[in-house]
Write a protein that binds this ligand. Structure first.
Ligand code: GZL
Length: 333
């Protein structure tokens, strides 16, 4: 082959390589982000410090830089809005649905629609009570019954230490959202304790909706009826804050050295500060930082692995002497 011909072949070869690489470049540019996972997240609301931390954990985990598109829909405590959000996610053909269910029941139909559409559903935080466990892929959250039982065990020991084990104990119970796992579990623990102790009595059992405003309202109403109470059992920190407001206005002391023993759940930053300062006697941890836990499940599924069906978070309890400002600041919520 003469020199001219050789040069022509080389030039053609280089041109072909350049052309193909430019095409593949164009093709990559045209692909609609094929490597991005779209996660539809139905969050039940924004009712408490715990919920805010939970939402933030999801947002800081499922980032664009991490290869995700997070579609966050806040249902404002309404199950029908969560159901509509899930249907919207199915229509948008998301890769995964994450559901933080406001209550445990009423999910079978929409979860079946997601299953029929081959969209895996991960349940986070509270549980769903479905006929068919195959309607969701995995659940991650807290053992709320155990949280309630921990609080009651602590109360038994606390009263024992105070020599009050045989005394009459009047308990005000401020419950969370009716039918939510957190309310069902924490109520289970207290009611089990009431059944075990003939000298423990319910002075009142009302719904505080996991909010400070509602707990303040219902506690003021209770105080119009009675000021005789030994324990107020609040099913989350925001309820405890509302109860504190009402007790302050009534001139009733609470917490360490107070007339009323104040028990709370969540162990949020504000709740632990109140506990460290002795205004809450016991704060039962309920960890909201589920973002990384949900991502681990999604990564397992992406790699063809089968995640645990149920993953419970390890949690503890806090008394004032357990806490320092540095410890609280380092906890992340
Ligand atoms: C508990 C979570 C509860 C928190 C509340 O896992 O579902 O909902 O205890 C929140 O603060 O509103």
């Amino acid at each position: 082959m003469n020199d001219l011909c050789k040069k022509a072949c080389v030039l053609f070869g280089v041109g072909a390589v350049l052309f193909l690489s430019s095409c593949s470049g164009q093709q990559e540019a045209e692909e609609p982000h094929a490597d991005v996972l779209t996660v539809g997240f139905s969050q039940l609301g924004n009712e408490s410090d715990w919920r805010v931390a939970n939402t933030e954990s999801m947002k800081s985990t499922f980032t664009e830089e991490g290869g995700y598109e997070l579609l966050l829909e806040d249902a404002q405590q309404k199950q029908e809005k969560q159901i509509a959000a899930i249907r919207n996610f199915i229509l948008r053909e998301v890769d995964y649905i994450v559901l933080a269910p406001v209550v445990e029941t009423g999910w079978d139909e929409v979860l079946a629609e997601a299953k029929d559409a081959d969209v895996p559903v991960i349940i986070m935080d509270r549980m769903v009570d479905t006929e068919d466990g195959e309607l969701y892929t995995a659940w991650v959250g807290s053992d709320m019954r155990e949280e309630g039982e921990k609080a009651v065990r602590w109360l038994e020991e606390f009263l024992e230490e105070q020599g009050r084990a045989e005394e009459e104990v009047s308990i005000v119970h401020i419950q969370g959202t009716p039918g939510s796992s957190a309310q069902l579990g924490r109520t289970y623990g207290l009611e089990k304790g009431l059944a075990m102790h003939d000298n423990w009595h319910l002075a009142a059992q009302v719904c505080g909706e996991f909010t400070q405003a509602k707990a303040y309202e219902v506690m003021k109403e209770i105080l119009l009826e009675t000021k005789e109470m030994d324990v107020v059992y609040c099913e989350n920190d925001n309820e405890a804050f509302g109860v504190m407001q009402a007790l302050d206005e009534a001139g009733i002391s609470y917490g360490e050295g107070g007339d009323v023993i104040l028990i709370s759940f969540d162990a949020t930053e504000a709740g632990l500060i109140a506990c460290m300062e002795g205004r809450i006697n016991l704060n039962v941890e309920c960890n909201p930082l589920h973002g990384p836990r949900v991502e681990k499940i999604i990564r397992q599924l992406e790699e063809g692995q089968v995640p645990e069906k149920e993953s419970f978070v390890e949690e503890t309890i806090f008394e004032p002497e357990d806490l320092t400002a540095d410890f609280i600041a380092a906890r992340g919520y």
